[in-house]
Design a binder for this molecule. Structure first.
Ligand SMILES: Nc1nc2c(c(=O)[nH]1)N[C@H]1C(S)=C(S)[C@@H](COP(=O)(O)O)O[C@H]1N2
Ligand SMILES: [Mo]
Length: 543
């Protein structure tokens, strides 16, 4: 804002005690006076309140998105990891088991002091104070990204803290420079500032507590999960012998580690379910309603199976696909207990957070490994993959079958009920489509040398299986790739083709042929409404 925006009526600038400190008849005087607005403590307060608001937003973000990114916790653990042993020893002898609380409170006090200083500095030299706030926040960012197992998402909370602190500070400081925005008398301005600061501080503190509570809920669930021992399977998955994998650098591993498994869901916060409180109800068009507790499920003869899970939103060549060894109980057995009534053709499964999926009844009863899963790659399900119980159904996209945190199954009909994504324009049925992907050479790969080059990837059509994969160069003839052994028709299959590569720019294209002899179509379809089709191509520069 420029000085010409000043209100026409001059008004008095006072210090905190209410003494006039300047009288300004001319805009120039007034500008002068605005350089020293309000008493320093209001600026210190503005600094502290802004940073509290920022920390509140950050803790909420951490609680919702990335629990490991809480700025207070990451900076705290950075301090713990970096102080020398003797300092730790002194801290423990002084504070005992309260040492961590003392550390966090100490950090809080330090941040509050720095925030107060930032506020006071900004009073005189805007925007240097604000920059100081950003610098404090960057300490959080660097602590977050340097923690063990940190990912880029872990910097999010500290970035949110910086943004919110600076926004709130700019806003509060406007109410502190009255000549620029307000024509009300000084005392009213001060009351207004204190009211705004009080409410903001209250909201910030609430947000910090709320965010911490969310994280604690998750930590509790993680703790419960970590002591669960999966039972020995009654039916074990086949041991994977070497033949199912090729040794080609960059080729997707045949089994996807849990930490790398794609995640798709509508959950803003991953549900925290204590297995003690979990149960599954089978209702609807059944002779007997069935209710099953977690303990009952774990006591049943559980079966292991490898199943590749794919998302309908996976574009051609995309990575929304993974293969895991699941442990669970056949849904078919539970449905037999329930006894579906004639006419039923669908099972609507519901998650604790309200997500629903419509699976054809036949896919759950026709003998395939459609399971209520408790284990993923020899571990209890990770929280974000459905702990404690989810569905896995070979041959169907996840949105119509793979309900995580599942709590009920209603036996019904497609005519009567629709599921979450069907109500949003997606098809009510989602059988997986035949597809294949080139992993190596990677898109845009440089450094490919003329000579024999391994072109490799995966191909899948769950519950049908793959019989051949072919690769062509620059639209030439199709060449048969070598196939690794299939684990089963429910999993993807690795392939490799040894390409006699010549110098220049080339386009590699792959297609798969399924177990029935059907060739993957080159017709391009979008992911909506029932999955993408088309062929995956990769352009490579050979030198
Ligand atoms: N509760 C719940 N379950 C869900 C979803 C969801 O949004 N909520 N998404 C589904 C979709 S679209 C897919 S592709 C799979 C993904 O499972 P994953 O995250 O374990 O890979 O979960 C399915 N199960
Ligand atoms: Mo999906």
């Amino acid at each position: 804002m420029s000085d010409t925006d000043e209100p026409a009526t001059p008004h008095r600038i006072e210090d905190a005690a209410g003494e006039p400190v300047a009288d300004h008849g001319s805009p120039a005087d007034q500008y002068q006076a605005d350089e020293h607005p309000r008493h320093w403590w209001t600026w210190a307060l503005a600094g502290v309140v802004s940073v509290l608001a920022g920390l509140g937003a950050a803790e909420l973000t951490a609680g919702l998105l990335a629990p490991a990114s809480s700025p207070l916790l990451v900076v705290g653990s950075l301090v713990i990891d970096s102080v020398p042993g003797w300092v730790k020893d002194i801290a423990i002898s002084l504070f005992g088991t309260a040492d961590k609380i003392v550390l966090l409170v100490g950090l809080g006090v330090l941040v509050a002091l720095l925030a107060a200083v930032a506020g006071v500095v900004d009073r005189r030299w805007p925007p240097f104070g604000r920059s100081l706030v950003a610098v404090i926040g960057l300490v959080g960012v660097s602590a977050a990204v340097t923690r063990a197992h940190a990912g880029p998402l872990d910097s999010v909370s500290s970035l949110v803290a910086i943004a919110v602190s600076i926004l709130v500070f700019s806003w509060l400081s406007r109410t502190l420079r009255p000549g620029r925005t307000s024509t009300s008398p000084e005392s009213a301005d001060r009351r207004r500032f204190l009211a705004i600061a009080g409410v903001t501080a209250g909201l910030g503190a609430l947000a910090v507590l709320g965010g911490r509570a969310l994280t604690i809920g998750r930590q509790t669930t993680e703790a419960v999960r970590s002591v669960i021992r999966l039972p020995k399977p009654a039916v074990a998955a086949p041991a994977l012998v070497g033949g199912t994998s090729f040794q080609v650098a960059g080729l997707t591993p045949i089994v996807t580690p849990n930490a790398d498994f794609y995640r798709i869901d509508t959950a803003l916060q991953v549900p925290n379910i204590d297995p003690k409180n979990w149960s599954l109800k089978i209702t609807g068009m059944v002779d007997n309603e069935v209710e099953l507790s977690f303990a009952e499920l774990m006591a049943l003869p559980l079966e292991e199976s490898y199943t590749t899970l794919t998302c309908v939103s996976n574009y051609v060549g995309g990575d929304l696909i993974g293969n895991a060894k699941w442990l669970g109980y056949p849904i078919r057995e539970l449905l037999t207990r329930a006894g579906p009534e004639p006419g039923a053709d669908m099972v609507l499964s519901t998650s604790i957070d309200g997500f629903t999926a419509s699976s054809p009844l036949t896919a759950l009863t026709d003998g395939r490994n459609a399971i209520l899963a408790v284990g993923m790659n020899d571990e209890p399900l990770p929280l974000e993959h459905g702990f404690p119980v989810r569905m896995v159904v070979p041959g169907l996209y996840g949105y119509v079958s793979a309900t995580k945190w599942v709590v009920s199954m209603e036996v019904t009909t497609f005519a009567k009920q629709t599921a979450y994504w069907t109500d949003r324009g997606w098809s009510e049925r989602g059988p997986v489509k035949l597809s294949s992907r080139i992993d190596v050479p990677a898109v845009g790969a440089g450094g490919v040398k003329a000579g024999t080059v391994a072109v490799a990837g995966v191909a899948w059509e769950q519950h049908v299986g793959i019989s051949a994969v072919q690769v062509r160069v620059d639209g030439g003839q199709w060449n048969d790739a070598e196939l690794a052994d299939a684990i089963s028709e429910d999993t993807w299959r690795q392939w490799v083709w040894r390409w006699p590569a010549t110098n220049g720019r080339h386009r590699l294209t792959v297609r798969a042929i399924d177990a029935n002899g059907v060739v993957q179509t080159s017709a391009i379809a979008d992911v909506v409404p029932d999955g993408a089709t088309g062929l995956h191509s990769v352009d490579v520069q050979v030198a």
